[in-house]
Design a protein around this ligand. Structure first.
Ligand SMILES: CC(=O)N[C@H]1[C@@H](OP(=O)(O)OP(=O)(O)OC[C@H]2O[C@@H](n3ccc(=O)[nH]c3=O)[C@H](O)[C@@H]2O)O[C@H](CO)[C@@H](O)[C@@H]1O[C@H](C)C(=O)N[C@@H](C)C(=O)N[C@H](CCC(=O)O)C(=O)O
Ligand SMILES: Nc1ncnc2c1ncn2[C@@H]1O[C@H](COP(=O)(O)OP(=O)(O)OP(=O)(O)O)[C@@H](O)[C@H]1O
Length: 515
C-alpha cells in the first residue's frame, strides 16, 4: 500500500535541491512535488533517489521510476552512469552518499524543515511500541490529536496505515509529517529503530523529546556488535537529532548514555542502584501501583494499566515525556492512566464466553530480555504451570537464539519450541539453536519440560492442551509474533495471527475435553 502524501504539495525546483547539497546544478530545472527511494512507489512529480543497496543499485530501476512519472534522479556517480547506460533521460543530481543527504532533501521538499510537527522519538531494544501507545493515548486524553508512527501502524487522526518497518525511510517519514501538518496534527510520537538511525532514515527530523528505554541483545545481524548497536541508538541523543531527552538508567547502557549524551537529559530509574531525576517506588500491596517522583517535588501516585514491572517503567517514561513536552505533571500523571490498547503486547485472548480456561496471552517478546520480562510478569498471577511457546526468526540475529531458549527455560515450566518466520533459513536448525539454550538450563538442574513442535499452529494447540486441566490457574504465553499477521516461510508470507490461532486452539481443546 502506498503511504499517504500531502494533497497540496509544495513545488521545489530541482536546482534548489542541488544548491542545498552543494552539488553541481543540473542543466534542466524541474519542479518536484515529492521524493521516493523505491521505483515501485514513485508518483508523478517525484525526485527518485537511486541508492546503492545490499542487493541492487536503485539506478537499475531508474527507467521504471521515469515511466512512473519521476522528474529527476538523486544518485551517486555509479548510479548516474547506470542510468545513462539504460537511456534514462532525466536531470540528475549527483552526490557522493545519496542516502546520507536524503533526509535533508525530503525535509526541504515536504517543508518539514520548518518543523511544523512537534516530535517525540522513542528508541531502545524493548518498550518502544508500548511506550509510544501509552504516550499517544495520554495525549488523546489531554485533548491533543497526535500522530503515531511505529512497528504496528501509522495513525493520522482516524486514518490507520499498516507498517512495513518500525521507522519509515526518510522520504516516507517526511511525507507523513507533512500530511499530519496539513491535517492540523501538531504532535507526532514515533519509534526510532537503530536501523533507522544507522541508515539516516530520521535525518532532517529534530525530536523535541527523545526517549531511551533500554538496551539488550538484538539485531546483531545488522550491527557489528553491542558497541555499534549502542552507538546507533546514542546518535539520537545529539543536538542534530534532538533537543532534550529522558533516559531510563535501569541498565548500564542507559547510565552510559546519560553520561555521554550531548543534549540535556533527565534520567529515570526504578532501582536504587542508579540515582535518577525521576524515580519509581513500587507499592508492595499492588504490583501495578507505584509512586513516580520527579524534579521540583513532583510526586505522582500511578497505576500501570498493563501487566508487568516493565510496564510500570514504560508508563513512567510516558509521564516524564509529557512533562518534558511542557504538560503540567499532575495532568501528565492523570493522562498516562488512560487505557491504551497495545496490539500484540501482553494481549489476553479469551473465548469471550466467560468459561474458565487457562489464561492465554500473546506477546511480542522476541529477545532474551523481553522473554525474561514477559515471563516474570506472568509468573505472579500463575498458580499452576506457565507454558511458553517460542521460536526465533530466520535471517536475523543468530546469536540471540540460544539466549531466548535460556530465558524461556528459566521463566516457564514447559517450553514449546516452534517456528517464528524462518524466512530463508532451515527451520529445524533455528529450533535446534533455541533448544540448546533450553537444554543448557535443564542440564543446570532446573526442572522444566520441553517439546519441539515446528508447526506453530500445532505448537499452540499442544501448549493449550498440556495445561487445559488446570483451568485458570495455568498460563500459556505465545511470544514472538505479537501483532503480526503472517508467517514468513522461504520468503513467502502465509496468513498467521497468534491471537486467532490461540482462540482456535482454545475452542478445539475445549471441544475435545467436552467429548
Ligand atoms: C537491512 C535493511 O534495513 N535494509 C534496507 C535497505 O535495503 P538495501 O540497501 O538492501 O536495498 P536493496 O534491496 O539493495 O535495494 C537498493 C535500492 O533499490 C530500490 N529498489 C529496489 C527494488 C525495486 O524494484 N525498486 C527499487 O527502487 C530500493 O528501494 C533501495 O533503495 O534499504 C531498503 C530500501 O530503503 C529497505 O527496504 C531495507 O529494509 C529492509 C526491508 C528491512 O527488512 N529492514 C529491517 C531489518 C529494518 O529496517 N528493521 C528496523 C528495526 C525493527 C526492529 O526494531 O525490530 C525497522 O526500522 O523496521
Ligand atoms: N521496558 C521494557 N523492558 C523490558 N521488556 C519490555 C519492556 N517493554 C516491553 N517489553 C517486552 O518486550 C516486548 C516488545 O515490546 P515493545 O513492542 O513495546 O518493544 P519494541 O521496542 O517496540 O520492540 P521492537 O523493536 O521489536 O518492535 C513486549 O512484548 C514485552 O514482552
Amino acid at each position: 500500500m502506498l503511504s499517504p502524501r500531502p494533497t497540496s504539495p509544495r513545488r521545489t525546483p530541482l536546482r534548489e535541491v542541488a544548491t542545498l547539497l552543494g552539488a553541481p546544478l543540473p542543466q534542466d530545472d524541474v519542479e518536484l512535488t515529492g521524493v521516493t527511494l523505491d521505483s515501485r512507489a514513485v508518483r508523478p512529480g517525484d525526485l527518485y533517489a537511486a541508492l546503492p543497496g545490499a542487493n541492487a543499485h536503485g539506478a537499475d530501476f531508474a527507467a521504471a521510476a521515469a515511466s512512473a512519472g519521476a522528474r529527476a534522479l538523486l544518485t551517486d556517480a555509479d548510479g548516474a552512469a547506470r542510468a545513462e547506460t539504460a537511456g534514462v533521460d532525466l536531470p540528475v543530481v549527483v552526490v557522493e552518499r545519496p542516502r546520507g543527504v536524503l533526509g535533508e532533501v525530503a525535509a526541504r521538499v515536504y517543508g518539514t524543515d520548518e518543523r511544523p510537527v512537534r516530535l517525540v522519538g522513542i528508541t531502545g531494544t524493548n518498550g518502544k511500541t508500548t511506550t509510544a501507545y501509552l504516550l499517544h493515548s495520554a495525549l488523546a486524553a489531554l485533548g491533543v490529536d497526535a500522530g503515531l508512527i511505529g512497528t504496528v501502524e501509522t495513525r493520522i487522526g482516524d486514518e490507520r496505515v499498516g507498517s512495513v518497518r518500525t521507522t519509515p525511510e526518510a522520504p516516507e517519514l517526511h511525507a507523513l509529517l507533512a500530511v499530519m501538518a496539513e491535517r492540523g496534527i501538531g504532535t507526532c510520537v514515533m519509534e526510532v529503530s537503530s536501523h533507522a538511525l544507522a541508515q539516516h532514515r530520521v535525518d532532517g527530523a529534530v525530536y523535541d523529546v527523545a526517549l531511551f528505554t533500554n538496551l539488550s541483545q538484538d539485531h546483531l545481524d545488522f550491527h557489528a556488535g553491542m558497541e555499534d548497536y549502542f552507538a546507533a541508538k546514542a546518535s539520537l541523543f545529539t543536538p542534530a537529532r534532538s533537543e532534550r531527552a529522558v533516559v531510563c538508567v535501569d541498565d548500564t547502557w542507559g547510565v552510559r548514555l546519560a553520561d555521554t549524551a550531548t543534549v540535556p537529559v533527565e534520567t529515570l530509574g526504578s532501582t536504587p542502584d542508579h540515582p535518577a531525576d525521576w524515580t519509581l517506588a513500587p507499592d508492595a500491596s499492588d504490583p501495578a501501583a507505584f509512586v513516580l517522583s520527579g524534579p521540583d517535588g513532583v510526586d505522582l501516585a500511578l497505576r500501570s494499566r498493563l501487566p508487568g514491572d516493565f510496564n510500570r517503567t514504560n508508563t513512567a517514561m510516558a509521564a516524564a515525556a509529557l512533562v518534558a513536552l511542557g504538560v503540567d505533571p499532575a495532568d501528565a500523571g492523570r493522562a498516562v492512566l488512560a487505557d491504551p490498547h497495545v496490539p500484540g503486547r501482553m494481549e489476553t485472548v479469551t473465548l469471550g464466553d466467560g468459561a474458565d480456561h487457562p489464561l492465554t496471552v500473546v506477546d511480542y517478546a522476541h529477545t532474551p530480555d523481553a522473554i525474561r520480562a514477559a515471563l516474570d510478569a506472568l509468573r505472579p498471577g500463575t498458580e499452576g504451570r506457565l507454558v511458553v511457546v517460542t521460536g526465533a526468526g530466520g535471517d536475523r540475529d543468530r546469536d540471540k537464539r540460544h539466549g531466548m531458549g535460556v530465558a524461556a527455560a528459566l521463566g516457564a515450566d514447559l517450553v514449546v519450541v516452534t517456528d517464528d518466520n524462518p524466512r530463508t533459513e532451515d527451520p529445524a536448525a533455528i529450533r535446534e539453536a533455541v533448544l540448546a539454550g533450553v537444554e543448557e538450563v535443564r542440564a543446570g538442574g532446573r526442572d522444566v519440560e520441553v517439546v519441539v513442535v515446528g508447526d506453530r499452529r500445532a505448537a499452540i494447540r499442544e501448549a493449550v492442551a498440556a495445561v487445559w486441566a488446570e483451568g485458570p490457574a495455568a498460563t500459556v504465553a505465545v511470544v514472538g509474533k505479537g501483532h503480526e499477521t503472517g508467517q514468513d516461510v522461504g520468503g513467502e508470507v502465509h496468513p498467521f495471527d497468534d491471537r486467532d490461532e490461540l482462540r482456535a486452539a482454545l475452542r478445539a481443546v475445549a471441544e475435545e475435553a467436552a467429548r
